[in-house]
Design a protein around this ligand. Sequence first.
Ligand code: FAD
Ligand code: DLZ
Ligand code: SF4
Length: 515
Amino acid sequence: MNTLRIVLGDQLTRSISSLRGYEPGDVVLMMEVLEEATYVRHHKQKLTFIFSGMRHFAEGLRRVGFNVDYVKLDDPANTGTFTSELQRAIARHAPASIVVTEPGEWRVLEMMKTWDADIREDERFFASRARFARWADGRKQLRMEFFYREMRRASGLLMDGDDPAGGQWNFDHDNRKALPKDVKSPRRLRFEPDAITREVMAMVQARFADHFGELEPFGWAVTREDALEALDHFIAACLPSFGDYQDAMKRGNAFLFHSVISPYLNVGLLTPREICDRAEEAWRIGTAPLNAVEGFIRQILGWREYVRGLYWLKMPDYPETNALNAMRPLPDFYWTGETDMNCMAEAIGDTRRHAYAHHIQRLMVTGNFALLAGLDPRAVEEWYLLVYADAFEWVELPNTHGMALFADGGIMASKPYAASGAYIDRMSDYCDGCAYDPAVKLGKNACPFNILYWDFLIRNEAALTSNPRMAMPYRTLAKMEASRKAQIEREARAFLDGLDRPTGPKGVSQLTLEL
Ligand code: FAD
Ligand code: DLZ
Ligand code: SF4
């Protein structure tokens, strides 16, 4: 009696629950399908990363004796969807049973429920969905920090008995510095594409040339061995400064001291436990300070687990809300990177070149702009889901809908992450080369983030004014002269109306004068 065991493109982990109990005669089914490649038009590097990762994973399984049935995208018989490919596989193998691990997306889970399959839990997380639901039950507010403390206790990471290592749960007051000019970040490892990756790249170039982003140079690891090497490199070379500079941004340097491991984690080439253990070990042997190690572990043990729990707790209704009634279409420069707002051009340029941007670029540059400009959450979410190599809906959606856009009305964030140009100027060198001036609030050369910040507060006063964490900016707004408010609204409207036309300092002031 053989079992058909399905492994999806983000389930590339040998210990995945669907492979447990494998016996000779069983078949592992892996399918490259057009529907998954095109339900959003993924970045070319993301497609290459996933397909090449899948092919290498299948080779690895075969080497140790698994019987793998692998359907390539360009197989002429490929029918293009998980469900129809499963039907073909059933006809080929006549399995007695089908086993699969639950997917990372609601959409795929709905699909799976139509299969006659044993859907097993995805055990690659610290917290099961049920555990998060228990934690959330009866709480008025779902704050990450409290969930994180519970996860520290449960995992034993950075604990001294019942107390947090170093006497504090969180060392962020030591972190978040701007990057001094003379601090250089380490060079990143690149993994030269092998024959399998080159074959995938040729296929992606031939079939998905019109998808977002640059395919080359492609330097992502596509095997567990290489992903482990990338992790080693991060722990040795970057982790010691991770905390200090985790919020810093620099022209032409997308990676700084970040780990750049989210794609590996999210497809399962690395596991969260082994990464956190390695980071903790670095602190215990004295090669990385506690503020860096705690900050890093919090991202994985805290934020990553928290957003997953929230996603499954709130789906399928979560993306339906639009708390700030944001309706504006996504401006074209999100695709091209062609804008004279230098911070946006840098963040989008990094995204096009690497299928990567670090958290603060995503949250405080492209996300902040989308929030301030009132861009339609659906359009922004689709953008984030397709442009990053690490993007899967369970992690992308809460970060975009909740954290960046406040479209959930405050389930995830206690206040909108809205910031003016001063924040970007403080944390980056982007403003130095910009056509706008972050010190100018209105009129000629004014940084659009400054104008839009106050316009955002004015526009959303009814929704936000009662939020205690917004009291300070609303007090300032209350003291503002009516004529200044009117000027802000005029300049913001002119800027926003002109978004898809060429903008620039002249553009803003000319449009303003025309009013
Ligand atoms: P590091 O800064 O080195 O952090 C280490 C690890 O912590 C990351 O690899 C990641 O696994 C985890 N982590 C850090 N912050 C978060 C977070 N907020 N949520 C979940 N995990 C986190 N992350 C994704 O993995 N996929 C996404 O699709 C995604 N979309 C995002 C969209 C927006 C609008 C924002 C603001 C954030 C998004 N993030 C997403 C979270 C975060 O930006 C990325 O995980 C991080 O930039 C990945 O780079 P890194 O591996 O160098 O991270
Ligand atoms: C993202 C993706 C892509 C582009 N292609 C495939 C694929 O062809 N086959 C596959 O098994 N998985 C793919 N994936 C990942 C799936 O979309 C992923 O499993 C879902 O996001 C559910 O978690
Ligand atoms: Fe961005 Fe404004 Fe700075 Fe230009 S001046 S880089 S638009 S924050």
